[in-house]
Design a protein around this ligand. Sequence first.
Ligand SMILES: NC(=O)c1ccc[n+]([C@@H]2O[C@H](COP(=O)([O-])OP(=O)(O)OC[C@H]3O[C@@H](n4cnc5c(N)ncnc54)[C@H](O)[C@@H]3O)[C@@H](O)[C@H]2O)c1
Length: 253
Amino acid sequence: MVTGAGSGIGLACAERYAQEGAIVIGMDLNEAEDWKGSMQGAQDDLFFQLNVCDYEALEAAVKETVERFKRIDVLVTAAGIGGGGPVHLLEEAEWDRVQSVNLKGTFLSAKAVLPSMMEQRAGSIVAIASIEGIVGAEGGSTYNASKGGVISLTKNMALDYGRLGIRVNSICPGLIETPLYHSIFDNEIMKPFADRYREQHKFGRFGKPEEVAGAAYFLASEDSSFVTGTALVVDGGFTAGHSVGMTALLGLE
Ligand SMILES: NC(=O)c1ccc[n+]([C@@H]2O[C@H](COP(=O)([O-])OP(=O)(O)OC[C@H]3O[C@@H](n4cnc5c(N)ncnc54)[C@H](O)[C@@H]3O)[C@@H](O)[C@H]2O)c1
């Protein structure tokens, strides 16, 4: 089950799981156009158009899924939004908007699937957080706080549900080229900042949604059977340290 499956990282996770032979249930606020386009052979009724802030809708989707397929092995929470600004300028409503989708939406999605996973005594929850939940970003405020909250929430769920065989981890991507990324950086004002961000990824490029999906596949699979409570950084080295460009002097370019 993948939230935010209509676009970007969530869609890439859904595609990867489908390639690996899973039955994938997509959930997204938006209609399933991209989902239908790229999930070859996917049935329309495996997609729920819902808001992750709406617990009743999540519960109904989980109920229908369990009735039909008997179990839910994996939940990926990729539904998320950008937003923020420096604290003194940030409207209370903007703070709430970002927290409600990114943090509360993660909580509600997990809350909806946990009873099934508890009954099965097995399951893997993978929350898409961000490196911005680990380090600051200028103007980050509510977004960064929401992602820090997601990392913390997954660690706590790992403690609570480990004895029931449920693993809970987060992934912290660096900047990944998705529609969300393009909506923020594809303009003249933001371009110079995008260039500087790109340089801090040690391969000199942004990440691809499939590269996050690879990590999400690992955390869902038996290969990660002893991994829980981790925040897996998938950031091309962004948080490893600052680049000042000395690799050229060292003959390393
Ligand atoms: N792109 C990046 O650089 C990057 C980096 C780190 C973390 N992330 C996180 O990865 C996740 C996915 O981001 P993306 O870049 O793929 O963005 P995206 O905009 O391409 O996809 C996000 C999807 O979530 C859906 N969504 C938004 N609000 C929703 C809601 N209330 N209920 C249901 N669905 C909702 C959107 O409709 C969209 O399809 C987000 O949590 C984002 O914060 C992205």
